[in-house]
Design a protein around this ligand. Sequence first.
Ligand code: DX5
Ligand code: ZN
Length: 216
Amino acid sequence: MARKIAASILSADFTELGKAIQMLNNSENDWIHIDVMDGIFVPNISFGQPIIKSIKKLKKDQPFDVHLMIENPDRYFSDFFNAGADIISVHYEACRHLHRSLTAIKDLGIKAGVVLNPHTPVVLLKDILYLCDTVTLMSVNPGFGGQKFIENTYNKIKELKTMITEQGLDTLIEVDGGVNVENSGKLFAAGADVLVAGSAVFASENPIQTIKDLKK
Ligand code: DX5
Ligand code: ZN
């Protein structure tokens, strides 16, 4: 099993973003998770392409995992690709034509993912799973870091894992929100491949050690 950590820079100190990327370069972190929010799909605004482009100069081999919490994400796929995205994930709830969206991302030569809000059933992905390189299960309501983990996520992981196995796919299961050193082991054991961690990493006294601990 993959057991990857995707540190979310949403919780980093934005006055020291360069240092945050350098810290991640020197850690066992696997992917850099980038939360883009438009203030419409979610009740918060974060940052966009210019910030991603500038931190790209500093990163080494950790892929940029771009989580688009925006309406009509298709408008911006090529912009985020040009900014440095290696994976672009869109919300199921924001895409009327999900097949078209995922195909458009893959046509750029990068990986495509779908994100489900806590209330959205996994079964809705049955006929589109073959196009998903990753499926991200939101384990909080999207929009903010530092929220409490929703326990029903464990059921969704198991259900999604069964669907992936039944269809013979290698889709990775990502879990986003409220991940910490107390629940990470249980989440990996339940079938998660990638855990997003924002406040757990960046509010910690020793982020490099915390990333190590999250993988245990
Ligand atoms: C929430 C974002 C998350 C957030 C996670 O909308 O999608 O990626 O950064 O933060 P924590 O790990 O603090 O819950
Ligand atoms: Zn996210």
